[in-house]
Design a protein around this ligand. Structure first.
Ligand code: HEC
Ligand code: HEC
Length: 329
């Protein structure tokens, strides 16, 4: 009897311990950093995916993260800016989310947004601008989601220590875990870098040489085409103070974090305010892009086009879930 009980207790324990997270990354790519207080698990990722598509996380139940971040556009949207739930005009263009897990600095100009957990609070409860509008409504998150037995089960499984608590911090943690899985390494350029010499078209290959020759890679360098640093790339004139809004420093006026160029040809319109309606215009607005010949520009655009990972845009792991807790939604 005693032996039997001990075995039963052991197997209960085993059932509670989540299986270790398995990254599925191409050879040679190390997993992204993960904050120790938010370890990856299947349960957290599944919950985060459901939350990413759930408009109940907005004040009036109309705007999910996915309302601005659409998978088929690399998780950007096709607008210059996007209205928040209360009609506040957006201030900045919606960026794509491919490989955000590796970005050490998030957003165009908020140096305090260094983790996906912190960043998620900006759309949820931020006020400049109001996006999802949950400031002051934090307590409703537990009530709204908790009304659904499926969410109660998913939160218990995702946060075994949380005893079923559903709150803003848990929502942000699950969203971060899901976004860390938004991995894109299957563009023609990725395949070329992995050794497939035929992956880039002849024009794209020449465009890659132009990209390096004229110094684009000085800022858009590395695997994700960003140094994650802040630069001013055109004469200050816009209304957006950029980094200066946070630092108060004159020198930071008009400085923005270099955006990643992954999927860039489909994440338009471009620029921090969406004011570049064509990719070519975004390139020409740089000092280094201004003087390019028409031929070099054409080659460069062919290269930028080959930074698009079409697998990522249709990967069912990131799509709107059609089931939750095994039931159709
Ligand atoms: C109203 C539209 C809107 C909604 C809703 C929205 N976002 Fe965003 N998101 C943006 C904009 C605009 C930015 C860029 C803000 C900036 O740089 O100042 C952004 C930036 C980001 C970034 C940083 C990407 C980078 O390259 O640094 C992440 C990550 C992100 N959003 C995730 C989320 C998550 C998670 C949610 C849901 C909780 C969400 N967003 C909801 C518009 C939106
Ligand atoms: C000095 C650093 C730097 C150099 C060099 C540079 N960029 Fe940029 N790039 C940036 C920054 C910063 C932005 C964001 C500007 C903004 O939105 O205000 C940007 C924006 C862009 C965008 C728009 C991205 C988007 O999602 O809106 C494209 C495309 C781009 N750069 C391509 C290039 C190309 C091609 C070159 C070479 C001709 C180049 N850049 C050289 C820093 C740089």
């Amino acid at each position: 009897m005693k032996v039997f009980l001990a075995a039963a207790a052991l197997s209960l324990f085993a059932a509670a311990a989540p299986p270790p997270w398995q990254w599925s990354l191409p050879r040679g790519i190390a997993p992204p950093p993960v904050p120790p207080e938010n370890p990856m698990s299947q349960a957290r990722v599944e919950l985060g995916r459901l939350l990413f598509y759930d408009a109940d996380l907005s004040a009036d139940g109309t705007l999910a993260c996915a309302g601005c971040h659409e998978q088929k556009r690399g998780f950007a949207d096709g607008n210059a800016t996007h209205l928040g739930v209360h009609g506040d005009p957006g201030r900045r263009n919606v960026p794509g989310l491919a490989n955000v897990a590796w970005l050490p600095r998030l957003t165009y100009a908020d140096p305090s947004a260094t983790t996906l957990e912190m960043q998620a609070l900006i759309p949820l409860v931020g006020e400049r601008p109001v996006e999802m509008g949950m400031k002051g409504l934090e307590a409703q998150i537990g009530r709204r989601l908790g009304a659904n037995p499926c969410y109660r089960r998913m939160f218990r499984r995702a946060f075994p220590q949380g005893r079923g608590r559903i709150d803003l911090a848990g929502v942000a943690a699950a969203l971060a875990a899901f976004q860390r899985t938004m991995v894109a390494f299957d563009s023609p350029n990725d395949r070329f870098m992995a050794g497939d010499e035929t992956a880039l078209s002849a024009d794209a290959l020449r465009g890659k040489a132009v990209f390096d020759r004229v110094g684009c890679a000085v800022c858009h360098g590395g695997r994700d085409f960003t140094d994650a640093a802040y630069h001013r790339v055109e004469a200050v004139g816009g209304r957006d103070p950029g980094l200066a809004e946070h630092t108060g420093q004159q020198v930071d006026i008009g400085r923005f974090r270099t955006p990643s160029l992954r999927n860039v040809s489909i994440t338009g319109p471009w620029w921090h305010d969406g004011s570049a309606s064509r990719l070519e215009l975004a390139v020409r607005r740089h000092g280094k892009g201004a003087g390019l010949s028409a031929r070099d520009m054409g080659l460069l655009l062919a290269f930028l086009d080959d930074l698009t990972d079409r697998t990522f845009l249709a990967d069912p792991q990131f799509s709107r879930p059609d089931r939750a807790c095994g039931k159709p939604l």
